[in-house]
Design a protein around this ligand. Structure first.
Ligand code: SF4
Length: 272
């Protein structure tokens, strides 16, 4: 198997397929209101170009919904070289054309190619959910990805988290701070972070993840579950330095997230 190393900025591609959910913390929804400029072929050309510039970076497929159209997902994966770590953010959508067996069977073809599937499940049912049995069918590492939109000080937040931990006991769980509250001043702070304190009380602290330019994380344990708490700014370009590179649904390459980025200037890569 090709050895995978991580070198350079992560490329995140927003697939040109909507998720048909409406999470209150979503920062991507606006991009899916007008689909007239969406261009999957141009997305492919952008993936190919970025592969030449950054042959060993990580690639994230997100949306929208990368699994909205399974044949298109397989086409997208065929444009990504096996040298890259690949992460997919999804809700695992099921419908009349694709039941959970078909979804799991399609994903399982890519054991070794896809590194991790981040499945959105939240304390409240913001997304349409398929049966939890699908997790037993998946042969690929997966992580339950939960944006904690609730205030950590609300009296029932702890009870909701208890229920969530029980539901996904034994699985990897990634809790994410509501990114719209995060700034450069508080993203690395734990002293005043009430959610961090709550998780710390409910779980057993293990270690800090390595700080990046615009995100940080902490690893905990609870029973058989590995719990990660992630804090990520809603932007990644800081002092001109690029954190993540974005391929938009149009195929255009940007140097930051939706509301912050501009079209990528190749000179930024040579900046210290
Ligand atoms: S599922 Fe993801 S892309 Fe869709 S509304 Fe929720 S956060 Fe946004």
């Amino acid at each position: 198997m090709t050895e995978k190393i991580k070198e350079g900025q992560t490329v995140t591609m927003f697939v040109p397929y909507d998720c048909n959910n409406a999470c209150p913390f979503c920062v991507n929804k606006d991009d899916y209101r007008d689909t007239s400029g969406f261009d999957l072929d141009r997305c492919y050309r952008s993936l190919d170009l970025m592969d030449r510039i950054l042959p060993h970076n990580d690639i994230v497929l997100t949306g929208g919904e990368p699994l909205a159209n399974l044949p298109a997902l397989e086409d997208i994966l065929s444009h990504i070289n096996d040298r890259h770590h690949i992460y997919i953010n999804t809700t695992l959508p099921t419908n009349a054309e694709q039941d959970m067996y078909k979804v799991a069977e399609t994903l399982n073809k890519y054991v070794g190619k896809i590194d991790c599937i981040n499945v959105s499940r939240h304390l409240k049912h913001y997304v349409k959910e398929c049966p939890d049995e699908i997790f037993d069918l998946l042969k690929i590492r997966h992580r339950i990805n939960c944006v904690v939109f609730e205030d950590a000080d609300e009296p029932d937040t702890e009870a909701k988290l208890e229920k969530f931990f029980a539901r996904f006991a034994g699985h990897e769980i990634q809790l994410r701070a509501n990114y719209s509250y995060l700034t450069l001043d508080n993203v690395f702070d734990t002293e005043h972070d009430r959610l961090y304190k709550l998780i710390n009380r409910m779980c057993e602290y293990q270690y800090d993840l390595e700080k990046e330019l615009f995100r940080t994380g902490f690893v905990f344990k609870r029973g058989d579950s590995k719990i990660t708490y992630h804090k990520t700014l809603p932007y990644s370009k800081i002092d001109g330095k690029i954190g993540d590179i974005i391929i938009r649904q149009t195929g255009l390459i940007y140097d930051d997230w939706n509301n912050y980025g501009s079209e990528l200037n190749i000179n930024s890569f040579t900046m210290k």
